[in-house]
Design a binder for this molecule. Structure first.
Ligand SMILES: Cc1ncc(COP(=O)(O)O)c(C=O)c1O
Length: 444
């Protein structure tokens, strides 16, 4: 790997936000719709590896990866080279008009790397929400059944159908309805909040009873699930939950769609979170880390299902843009060459150790959970399981003030999540976790 041009160290040279960021934020207030918000108004000038440099020259540790996108690091040299070369050759033809090789190669990679060794086909889109929309389109078309079953705490995007599939009202759905019909919601396995000792099989039986009662098997086209929920709070279901849901789907002719938009591409220590329990979905949606920071999303599915959709039924002007496709090939190559799944496992072990130690000394940390480099802590009022979203806000803000980007999430807003680039250097991770520990100690 080339030596980084931006030193992989945290360095704060102004108050945060600094004067240039403040000036930009004033312009933003006058120009940008306030509905699009930012967690911390530091305007970024450059980035590399796990460091963001803002317009005032502050170097910040990125423990969020732009919400699980730059797993290969900011400005990964392979991605930069591929993008620069492609943009000079051609930026767009529209694959539906004049095709090109990189689109085909990305589909081959997706077909080979997603769970299951059956024959598959892929189609490319721009955003995660668009991929989810298309997966549901395909499932409905193939099964002839309208019902889409989603889970409590789910997040699938901000378009009309994906808002309907998303569980949380504020800020995602509030007054944006009416929503797409024939969407049903059932319980998720949530080990921290489920009855003590509830197994994955028991939690699945609870969800299956709800599916059969609310929807009816003959009306259910697909079950859509994040194998580990992202925005909903990094909820890792109890072992056995996902396999039991998959088994029920197979037995009833209901398609299982795994939404691996946040969990996919090495994030959890496997290529896909489904791999952990050997679950093979019928359709899988991917985006985020797929293209190393460029916008690209995909639906990959069993060939016999994907082949059912009529010619011209899927697509879009920009879907599978050639610059994004070469970025994806470079990102996937980097994941293989640098064993980023292995790196995610190591990062996860380091984070788990630090967070578990913190939990031992702070009763406001109710739970530490996650898999690989997708780790979180759930904050509660000490001695209870009552969510404490203010504590999450305070800790995130304290981290930001010290130059470490962390994110909150969760249906109750009380989960602090960590999603570092998988190439983060150990001493930088250590520094970031030290700042987090200081913030927890000061704020809890
Ligand atoms: C699991 C999951 N599905 C879908 C989406 C929507 O992706 P996008 O924001 O690219 O539309 C997200 C985004 O956070 C996600 O985490």
């Amino acid at each position: 790997m080339n030596a980084p041009r931006i030193s992989q160290t945290r360095r704060i040279v102004t108050d945060l936000p600094g004067p240039k960021s403040k000036a930009l934020d004033a312009r933003r207030t006058a120009a940008v719709a306030p509905g699009v918000s930012s967690v911390f108004p530091l305007y970024i000038d450059r980035a590399e590896g796990a460091i963001l440099v803002d317009v005032d020259g502050n170097s910040l540790i990125d423990l969020g990866s732009g919400i699980a996108v730059v797993s290969v690091g900011h400005a990964a040299p392979t991605v930069v080279d591929a993008v620069q070369e492609q943009i000079a050759r051609f930026a767009h033809t529209c694959f539906m008009v004049s095709p090109y090789e990189a689109y085909v190669t990305v589909c081959e990679e997706l077909n080979a790397r997603t769970p299951g060794d059956h024959e598959k086909r892929s189609a490319l889109f721009n955003s995660g929400a668009e991929a989810v929309e298309n997966a549901v389109k395909i499932a409905r078309h193939v099964t002839g059944r309208d019902g889409v079953i989603a889970f409590d705490h789910a997040y699938h995007g901000r378009t009309n159908l994906t808002m309907a599939l998303t569980a949380k009202n504020m800020p995602y759905r509030h007054r944006f309805g009416p929503f797409a019909p024939e969407v049903y919601r059932v319980a998720m396995s949530y080990p921290f909040r489920d009855p003590e000792g509830m197994t994955g099989a028991e939690a699945a039986a609870r969800s299956i009873e709800q599916m059969e009662r609310q929807v009816g098997v003959e009306n259910a086209g697909c079950v859509l699930i994040e194998p580990i929920q992202g925005e909903g709070g990094f909820i890792d279901p109890a072992p056995g939950f996902l396999p039991a849901i998959a088994e029920w789907c197979t037995a009833n002719g209901v398609l299982l769609i795994a939404d691996e938009i946040q969990t996919g591409f090495c994030r959890t220590g496997d290529w896909f979170a489904c791999d952990h329990e050997g679950v093979v979905p019928d359709l899988i949606t991917t985006a985020k880390a797929l293209a190393g920071g460029m916008p690209l999303a995909a639906v990959t599915g069993r060939a016999e299902l994907m082949d059912e959709v009529h010619v011209g039924g899927l697509g879009g002007t920009y879907g599978g843009n050639p610059v994004s496709c070469v970025a994806a090939l470079a990102a996937i190559g980097t994941m293989v060459d640098q064993d980023l799944a292995g790196a995610a496992t190591k990062i996860g072990a380091t984070i788990a150790e630090r967070l578990t130690a913190l939990r031992g000394s702070h009763r406001g940390i109710g739970d530490v959970r996650g898999r690989g480099a997708m780790m979180a802590m759930e904050l509660v009022r000490p001695g209870t399981k009552d969510p404490d979203p203010d504590a999450a806000k305070r800790i995130v803000a304290a981290c930001h003030r010290a130059g470490v980007i962390t994110l909150s999430c969760g249906s109750f807003g009380n989960v602090l999540r960590l999603l570092p680039p998988l190439v983060i250097e150990p001493q930088l991770l250590d520094d970031g976790l030290g700042i987090l520990a200081d913030a927890v100690t000061a704020e809890l």
